[in-house]
Design a protein around this ligand. Sequence first.
Ligand code: HEM
Length: 387
Amino acid sequence: MQQASAALPKCKCVLTATKTNEGNWDLVGNNTPVFFIRDPSKFPDFIHSQKKNPKTNLPDPEAMFEYWANHPQSLHQMTILMSDRGIPCSYRHMNGYGSHTLSLWNSKGERFWVKWHLKTNQGIETLTNEEAAKKPAFGAQKDLVEAIEKSEFPSWSVKIQIMPEEKAKDYPINPFDLTKIWPHQDFPLIEIGQLELNRNVENYFAETEQAAFSPSNLVPGIGASPDKVLQARLLMYPDAHRYRLGTNANQLPVNAPKCPVNHYQRDGAMAGMCPAHGDTNNQGESVTFYPNDRVNEGAPVPDPSIVEPPMPLIEEAWVKAYDTKDEDNFTQAGDLYRIMTDDQKDQLAGNIAEGLSQANGHIQKRMLEQFNSADPDYKDRVQDTLR
Ligand code: HEM
């Protein structure tokens, strides 16, 4: 999880790593059910726009809003971020979401599209900008570590939404669009378990700094989807790990699976599994390529029983290279606005106005147009607060 150090609302990372008998599965999510982009090629520009000013090294609200003014597909996520949920009062008091559509598939070759939700059992608690500004820089981290030390283990109810593969073809909302949620009335939340944090790490460097989570760490039965942002992430994270930790990042104790590993991607710098230390799992002198003639000697072979059903690529995998003019970027942002209480709407308008007031009039005008497309009252409230 990321430290909420400044008073500015930011996405908080939510990570779970599940070590199964068949390998590691990672859910690499956020505290919001959607994201700013539906096209991964936009990620670097989006991230640059949220960074500090390259000259002054100060937070740059005008740049943030300049990007959003030019990029209406971010409106839904921006509304969540600027709402009262934008700054959780602690990691224990926020939900987690896989955000992307993932999949579950069974031995009969049936696939279901799935969204994952981790609902906090501590209840949602949030901070205003003013309250957050008064908090110590590492308050959220301290809160979590101390709660676990006191055996007040925080927990989350693990829930999923399931969409049959066939339904995805005619459902009016693109099921692989990361800027959209699936309404609960169409796809109710189904509780499947509990997640409890009941141990603090003993050594932050060994267990946290060196941890390498990736959406591509999947196990038989759990798969990805045609969501293009997810497809990009499947490759990006292992790439970051090779740079950050080295080619054998997955052999570090915190990342290594509990089960034996048998494949042909092996050796190289800092390989951790060493026969000199009695490690029998490093594949020794055995064959380094496939296909080979050594299957009878135990060389690994693909297991057809765990081959994922073929991924249907229909309508250019649903998600095209984006020209967003025809996309509906506003309905769900408006739906979210309309279920807020009056106080929450005021807080949203206040949070937005605080940053938007530092942007020029042209940016303000285009943001107000976006709010108006979501809900005229949304626009009025921000406009009134801006004055
Ligand atoms: C095209 C879009 C995205 C790209 C290219 C991207 C890339 C990255 C990279 C390279 C890292 C560092 C990984 C590491 O060194 O271990 C990272 C971290 C992270 N990202 Fe993303 N990301 C994207 C979108 C998202 C989305 C949509 C979510 C949530 C739904 C997300 C959640 C996270 C989390 C939780 C981490 C922290 C991982 C850790 O500390 O191990 N990212 N991202």
